[in-house]
Design a protein around this ligand. Structure first.
Ligand SMILES: [Cu+2]
Length: 219
């Protein structure tokens, strides 16, 4: 088990969250795993009981009490938690930093504010301030892609002609891996990017030298 779980740690692991949204999603994942394990265990116990001698308890005790009662309680808990978490991690109108992730076959072009507040463009690396909510406007050039930084948040599709919004936040400065999460052609497998979360008082030099961001057709 320890060996198996060791495989869950890595730069693209959702089970090694480094931000509030990813933390909520990981928590939900654990709840679903434990809940489904409990239901599977129950089914195993019921199956084993069916081979044994006749029971004292009426059949309804198992079918209604445990089969329906217990399973529905677990499923309802997970469903409510999922709805609550899904609502919690949505972007809201609170003046969060806005950045842009533009997907194309096969790479990523980003736009983000530099220290002076000007929007500058980078290729393959997205820079965000750590410890602050950031809204990513996700767009696409050609076909459908998807923006995903597993350690920070869920994923969202990048669709030509549409602007999708995803809220991300990194707890502390550091580098995280991101990828395209929607098959988009031959170069899909290598459509990776890097996300650098920097200390608010230390904007990276790369941003100072970056060119101004270009306009997009759907702006
Ligand atoms: Cu892709």
């Amino acid at each position: 088990m320890t060996l198996l779980l060791a495989g869950c740690d890595g730069p693209l692991s959702t089970l090694a969250p480094a931000g509030p949204a990813a933390g909520d999603i990981a928590l939900l994942w654990w709840g679903m795993l434990i809940g489904s394990a409990a239901i599977t265990l129950l089914v195993g116990v019921l199956l084993a009981l069916s081979f044994g001698p006749p029971r004292v308890r009426p059949v309804r005790y198992w079918t209604h009490g445990w089969g329906l009662g217990f399973s529905l309680a677990v499923l309802t808990t997970v469903l409510v938690a999922g709805l609550w978490i899904g609502e919690r991690i949505l972007p809201r109108d609170d003046g969060a930093v806005e950045v842009r992730a533009h997907a194309y076959q096969w790479g990523w072009r980003f736009a983000q504010p530099n220290a002076e507040g000007e929007t500058v463009q980078t290729d393959g690396v997205l820079y965000i301030p750590a410890g602050r909510p950031v809204d990513v406007i996700v767009t696409a050039e050609d076909v459908i892609h998807a923006f995903w930084v597993p350690q920070l948040a869920g994923k969202v599709d990048a669709i030509p002609g549409r602007r999708n919004l995803l809220r991300i936040e990194a707890d502390r400065p550091g580098t995280h891996d991101g990828l395209c999460a929607e098959f988009c052609g031959l170069g899909h497998a290598t459509m990776r990017f890097e996300l650098v979360a920097y200390g608010v008082d230390a904007p990276p030099d790369a941003l100072a030298d970056a060119p101004a961001a270009e306009e997009y057709a759907d702006d």
